[in-house]
Ligand binder design. Structure first.
Ligand code: FES
Ligand SMILES: [Fe+2]
Length: 452
């Protein structure tokens, strides 16, 4: 028996804690976010959210993202700039700089930087030619619906900012939010392709946090899409069948469907309740930044609360460290506790995965394959590459509930069949233009009739 085998046998015994392996294997390829690391290079091939617009007033805001210390500011004329935080002169933090009409003035000796990094003045030596020979490190930005985004990749490869179909849902109010997680970004995204956790964390273990129907164990399928992957889950709830899809979009986004859906009434291809980026601060911290969508379709009972959505807060349970006392977070833990509780960088090499974790396994494989593709100069998947120029990116987060009582046959097989057909309609319908709702409804009608 090898030493490794011996250790395996020892750790299987009851009261065997003494024997467990004290070494922690890291997985820097997947979890690293810094400049020049493989993971960091991949994450720099997409527009990343910096902060909410409301966080940048008349003073600069220090931000740390992808392991870089930066400062975001708005000129007095309203133009946003994102600069390396250390002044190009002698390194004073530009969080103490003062915005001018055209840029940011360093407090120490008055060097003056434009949003694109051009050095406008070096007043401590006006005749110096340094300003013509240097540029301060700067990144391009883009603003949309209350969020400032940055392109931190090679400047010549900068794509247009991609617009998802979710951003233009009908009759929808869009509210931005930002939440902090003291852990690596990959484990935050893992959670979105782990729909089984909803049955336990959100329902069976400490009571229904959303609705009781979430506790039904679904039939599950994980499917690649042009922008990443979805999980397709289908549940039986009385006479109804509820089919739900959830996007993970590469490299680091998720969309989630209606939050308080009960499956007590029929629904037709509902859209999503949020889009969120798991934007790394550094290897061991993540700022989740995104939009909550408020509309009647995904929230008929009007449970959502716009006033509870913003910097450090969101209108559903268990997403932040300081929303509730510690003892209460222990009694009724939410996503924050489960995700941050995996450690600063979840040691995946120590996990014991089973069939319930197929989504996490697939997601991590997709991320790793794309990290390698970027490193080797091969084709890779990011959201930006799925958009036709000037077009809208189709996404796949939908909820559908149909009435179809259990028949004589295998009900789980029926669930899987319905899920496959609804998924086909979602997939094919996602790129349809115009009034998609009525096309979906007609398709759904056909599916249900076929099975009655
Ligand atoms: S350190 Fe910024 S101007 Fe001197
Ligand atoms: Fe969750």
């Amino acid at each position: 028996m090898t030493a490794a085998d011996e250790s395996q046998v020892r750790t299987r015994r009851p009261f065997g804690a003494y024997y467990r392996d004290p070494t922690i294997e890291d997985d820097a390829e997947l979890t690293g976010v810094g400049r020049g690391t493989p993971g960091g290079e991949y994450l720099r091939r997409t527009w990343q959210p910096v902060c909410l617009c409301e966080e940048v007033g008349d003073l600069p805001l220090p931000v740390r993202m992808l392991g870089e210390d930066l400062v975001v500011f708005r000129t007095r004329a309203g133009v946003v700039g994102l600069l390396d935080r250390a002044c190009s002169h002698r390194g004073t933090s530009l969080e103490y700089g003062l915005p001018s009409e055209t840029g940011l003035v360093c407090c120490y000796h008055g060097w003056h930087f434009a949003p694109d990094g051009t050095i406008l003045e070096t007043p401590n030596d006006p005749d110096s030619t340094l300003k013509d020979r240097l540029c301060h490190p700067a990144y391009p930005t883009h603003e949309r619906d209350g969020i400032i985004f940055a392109w931190m990749g090679p400047p010549d490869e900068r794509p247009d900012f991609p617009v998802l179909d979710a951003y233009v849902q009908a009759d929808t109010e869009i509210v931005p939010f930002a939440l902090d997680f003291p852990c690596n970004w990959v484990q935050v995204l893992d959670n979105t392709q782990d729909p089984v956790h909803s049955c336990f964390l959100h329902t069976r273990v400490s009571g229904a946090q959303f609705s009781i129907s979430w506790g039904e164990i679904p039939e599950l399928e994980y499917i690649a899409t042009p922008i990443g992957m979805i999980n397709l889950n289908v549940r039986r709830w009385g006479d109804r069948i509820w089919v739900r899809t959830t996007d993970a979009m590469l490299p680091n986004l998720n969309q989630t469907g209606a939050l308080w859906l009960t499956a007590d009434r029929e629904e037709t291809f509902l859209g999503c309740a949020l889009t969120r980026w798991m934007r790394p601060v550094d290897d061991t911290n993540t700022r989740m930044i995104g939009w909550r969508y408020f509309n009647a379709a995904t929230d008929r009972e009007r449970v959502g609360d716009k006033a509870a959505v913003g910097v450090g807060k969101i209108d559903f349970i268990g997403q932040t460290e300081d929303e509730r006392p510690y003892a209460e977070r222990q009694r009724v833990p939410g996503d924050f506790e489960a995700i941050a509780g995996q450690g600063p960088i979840a040691p995946a090499a120590r996990w014991n995965l089973n069939r319930g974790d197929r989504g996490v396994t697939m997601l991590r494989r997709l991320i790793r394959e794309n990290i390698r593709a970027v490193a080797e100069g091969r084709d890779y998947t990011v959201l930006e590459r799925a958009a036709a120029p000037g077009g809208i990116v189709p996404t796949y987060t939908r909820d559908t509930v149909v009435t179809l009582p259990p028949g004589q046959g295998d009900d789980r097989a029926l669930l899987r069949e319905i899920a496959a057909e609804v998924w086909a309609a979602v997939r094919d319908g996602a790129s349809l233009d115009g009034d998609r709702g009525s096309q979906f409804a007609a398709e759904l009608d056909r599916i249900v009739r076929h099975h009655r």
